[in-house]
Structures are given as structure tokens and as C-alpha cells.
Design a protein around this ligand. Structure first.
Ligand SMILES: Cc1cc2nc3c(=O)[nH]c(=O)nc-3n(C[C@H](O)[C@H](O)[C@H](O)COP(=O)(O)OP(=O)(O)OC[C@H]3O[C@@H](n4cnc5c(N)ncnc54)[C@H](O)[C@@H]3O)c2cc1C
Length: 460
């Protein structure tokens, strides 16, 4: 618990009204999407970069922990103040789009801007910001950069890191730094922006983001393929992409997920199917889109697709996407607790990955519905257990550990988009050698020698 005197100084530094240590504020800023709770001692709302700098400089001098926070929608506990101290919340004031530069196709934003707000504003100008996490309506761009968020359009357009051109940030000692430029190319010096992306608030507080924009494609078509087995579907994913298909999205639902959505919503889904794949193809020219659709049809059919459907209009496309968009909430029929992981494997390993998950599910006698962004090799793998039964929960975590080990063995990673935070910290030693972990710690020490910024995260 930090002393009252520190709270008084923080008030003097950034204004009485921007420093809150009452019960409601401490509660409201104590959680994220993991549903774990850790109360901060105080919440601060910086008005600008200068305020961020003042808070950090003071906290560094007095070794007070500081946890940067966007919207608190993180899935791995990144924004949880596990050691108490200060939550530094950027969403209240630092939420402006500073510039949309149409000549250079670049946007400059403060970290608290919501992802969807930027998308809407640039689309009014015929431009396009592709990264679209499912949390786009409420997650912040600062949080997206700190977690390197991905979304449905990653198969074609990549993820947040592919759009970050430059950052401004405040180091734990209060120094303000710039990293990167508004230029397409910049190879001068170390790639500090690259290090800050996905650093989960452990190295610096991001205060300004310069993002690359594209021009908005004019048309989109949606297609769906039904497969008897998951293996067939996964073969179709990597073979179609290796064969030149370039879909915006290549999403998948396994049989357990299909059945869960059907049980909840009665949409006439093929409940006997081993898996379905859903793809969007976009572009400006009808011929190019049709060519891409035919490429998908060819590879899907060659790999055992029993039904290939192309949506005739927007309504049919929305109906197809309905199943995917409601997958996450539907699978709760299998258990009150969802141990939800987002491992990612090289795409050619997807068939093996899902076969192994099936074996682990049988070994531990737990249901593991899977769905997600197979176009990126990213599978949301959900171990479903009865949360009120500690034994079941323990079994669930054993199954997860085995899934992680297998993932690493086949060349995959612990997380494709949700980060490490608190929940995956114990597994870092499965994924990295002691030498690699030491390098991470040395980087952390170079930025944050007093370990005040988001301590206890990422297994550092
Ligand atoms: C329903 C739902 C769907 C989701 N779908 C997706 C998805 O499709 N793809 C995906 O990638 N993620 C998804 N997420 C996870 C989450 O939305 C993302 O990780 C998002 O990027 C977090 O943004 P946030 O503003 O909520 O950050 P927070 O949760 O507040 O913080 C996340 C991390 O970023 C750090 N941070 C935040 N702001 C800053 C800053 N200015 N400077 C430095 N560090 C900072 C925090 O310290 C923390 O470690 C989903 C979450 C939910 C609840």
C-alpha cells in the first residue's frame, strides 16, 4: 500500500481531480477480461504525455509500481495491478485522433483512441486500417500495440505490428522518446518501436502512435466450405494459401463449436460436419474476386469439402459469419469455466495440432472446442471445465500444459494475439531457453532498472 503522502504529491503533479483513490475507482480499475481482481492503491488519469512523464518520474524515484491501462479488455491479465501501486489510465483524456494524413496515408493517434473509432474515421476518407480485433469497439490502440493485437483480417493484411510506423513513449524514469518515423523505410538505429510492440506495458508507456493506412477495397465476397473432418479442413487452409489464394479471413469452427452455436441459435448449421471454413475475399475488381473464389473452391474440393457456398448478398454473408461471431459465447454450454488459449502454429502444422488436441481431450476427458483464425495458424483452443469443481479445473490446466508443450514441439507459439501477461507467465520457460529469458530480462532492465513498470508480468 503506498502512503497518503505519495497520493498527495501525485495530486499536486497532475491535478487533484485526476488522481483517485476512492473505493469505486480502485474497484473499477482492478480487473480485466480474465475476471481476476487486484486493487490498485490509486488510479491516475494523465491529460497528456507531460503528465505521464511526471507520474513515472515520481514513481520511479520512490519505486512505486505503475500499470499502464487502456480499456482493460486484455485476456491475460496485462492490466492487472498485481503489486498494487498506480494504475495509469489513458482512456479518459489521451483519446484523440491527432492527424489523418491522406497524402502519406498515415494516422497519428493518442493511445486511448478506440480501434473502431479510427477505422470509422479513416473509412470516411476512403482509407482503411485493417487490424480488427473482435474487441475493436472498446479496445484502445495503445492496448492493441502493447499486445500486438490481431483480428479477422490478418490472413491477408497482417496484425498491428505491420501498421505501426512510429511511436512516442515515456520511459519509467520519465524520459520521453520517439521511435520510428512517418516514412515507409527507416533503418537508422535499433528498432525500438519493434521492441515496444507486444511489450505489454512492461517497458514504457506509449503516448502517441503513427499508423500506416491502406486504401479501402471496394468489394467483398464471403464463402463457406463444409468438411467431414478437421484434418481435411486444415489441409485445405494451408494448401489453398500456398497455392495462391489470398483471402482476407480464413476462419474455422470445429464440430463441437458448430454444435454449440446450433444448440443456442438454431441456424441450420451442418452439425455432422467435422469443421467449416469461412472466408472473405476482397478487392476492387469483380474478376479478381471471382478468380480468388474459384481458387478457394478448387483447393477446398480437392481436400474433401462436401459443400462450398458463396453468399449471394450481404444478408447471406452475415448469416454465414453469424456462426463464427457467436462461437465464443456458445461454447459455454460445455462448462462454466473456459480456459481459453490462442496458440499459433505454422499453417502446415494445423492438421497435426488439431489431431493432437483431440488426443489430449480424450486423455483428460475434457471437451476442447476449437475455432479461430486458421488463415494465420491461430487456433482459439478452449478447455471447458466445471469452474465450481477444483479437481476439474486442475485437470483443465494439466491439459493446457500438455497442449502448450505439444505446440512448442511442432514449432508454434504460446500466444498469437492475447500476450503472456499473468496467465501464461508460468509457461514462458517451456517456450524459451534460459539464455533467451536472460536476454528478455536484460532488455527489461535497460528500460526499467527499478522494475516499476507492470512488475510481475510476462514471467520476467
Ligand atoms: C470479447 C473480446 C474479444 C477479443 N478479441 C481479440 C482479438 O480478436 N484479437 C486480439 O488480439 N485480442 C482480442 N482481445 C483481447 C484484447 O481486446 C486485446 O489484447 C487488446 O489489444 C487490449 O486492449 P486494451 O485497450 O483493452 O488494453 P488493456 O487490457 O487495458 O491492456 C493490455 C496490455 O497493454 C498494456 N497497455 C495498455 N495501454 C498501454 C499504453 N498506452 N502503453 C503501454 N502499455 C499499455 C497494459 O499494461 C496491458 O499489459 C479480445 C478481448 C475480448 C474481451
Amino acid at each position: 500500500m503506498i502512503g497518503k503522502n505519495h497520493i498527495e504529491v501525485l495530486k499536486q503533479l497532475i491535478g487533484q481531480e485526476n488522481v483517485k483513490n476512492d473505493k469505486p475507482h480502485r474497484l473499477a480499475y482492478s480487473y480485466d477480461a480474465t475476471r481476476e481482481h487486484f486493487k490498485p492503491d490509486v488510479v491516475v488519469f494523465p491529460k497528456d504525455e507531460e503528465d505521464v512523464s511526471k507520474v513515472l518520474r515520481y514513481c520511479n524515484e520512490h519505486k512505486i509500481p505503475v500499470v499502464p491501462r487502456g480499456a482493460g479488455s486484455g485476456f491475460t491479465g496485462g492490466a492487472l495491478p498485481v503489486s498494487g501501486g498506480v494504475v495509469l489510465a489513458v482512456e479518459k483524456y489521451m483519446n484523440k485522433i491527432l492527424e489523418i494524413d491522406t497524402k502519406n496515408m498515415v494516422a497519428v493517434v493518442q493511445p486511448g483512441v478506440l480501434n473502431k473509432e479510427l477505422q470509422r474515421e479513416v473509412e470516411k476518407l476512403g482509407l482503411f486500417y485493417p487490424p480488427d480485433p473482435a474487441s475493436q469497439e472498446y479496445s484502445t490502440l495503445g492496448g492493441n500495440v502493447a499486445e500486438n493485437a490481431g483480428g479477422m483480417r490478418a490472413a491477408k493484411y497482417g496484425i498491428t505490428k505491420d501498421y505501426v510506423m512510429a511511436l512516442r513513449a515515456v520511459l519509467p524514469n520519465g524520459d520521453i522518446i520517439r521511435a520510428g518515423k512517418k516514412t515507409i523505410k527507416d533503418v537508422a538505429g535499433y528498432n525500438i518501436a519493434g521492441i515496444l510492440i507486444a511489450s505489454e506495458g512492461t517497458l514504457a508507456v506509449i503516448t502517441e502512435i503513427t499508423l500506416k493506412l491502406l486504401s479501402k477495397p471496394k468489394r467483398t465476397k464471403t464463402a463457406m466450405g463444409v468438411f467431414h473432418t478437421v484434418t481435411q479442413a486444415m489441409n485445405a487452409v494451408y494448401k489453398s494459401l500456398a497455392g495462391g489464394a489470398n483471402p482476407v479471413a480464413m476462419e474455422f469452427l470445429d464440430n463441437l463449436t458448430i454444435r454449440a452455436v446450433e444448440e443456442k441459435f438454431h441456424k441450420g448449421l451442418p452439425t455432422e460436419a467435422g469443421a467449416i471454413l469461412i472466408s472473405d475475399i476482397d478487392g476492387n475488381v469483380e474478376e479478381e474476386i471471382n478468380y480468388q473464389i474459384e481458387l478457394l473452391r478448387k483447393y477446398f474440393k480437392e481436400n474433401g469439402c462436401s459443400e462450398f457456398r458463396v453468399a449471394k448478398d450481404e444478408k447471406e454473408a452475415a448469416d454465414i459469419w453469424f456462426a463464427r461471431r457467436n462461437a465464443s459465447q456458445s461454447i459455454t454450454i460445455y462448462g462454466s469455466k473456459k480456459i481459453n488459449e490462442d496458440v499459433t502454429v505454422p499453417r502446415s502444422e494445423l492438421p497435426k495440432y488439431l489431431e493432437e488436441v483431440d488426443k489430449i481431450s480424450k486423455k483428460y476427458n475434457v471437451k476442447i472446442p476449437c475455432f479461430g483464425h486458421t488463415g494465420d495458424g491461430n487456433v482459439h483452443t478452449n478447455v471447458m471445465v466445471d469452474g465450481s469443481d477444483p479437481k476439474q479445473v486442475e485437470i483443465g490446466y494439466k491439459a493446457i500444459e500438455e497442449i502448450f508443450k505439444m505446440t512448442i514441439e511442432i514449432g508454434g507459439t504460446l500466444s498469437g494475439e492475447h500476450g503472456i501477461g499473468l496467465s501464461k507467465a508460468p509457461f514462458m520457460k517451456l517456450a524459451f531457453t534460459p539464455q533467451e529469458l536472460n536476454l528478455f530480462r536484460a532488455i527489461k532492465k535497460a528500460f526499467d532498472p527499478n522494475n516499476i513498470l507492470n512488475p510481475g508480468k510476462m514471467g520476467l
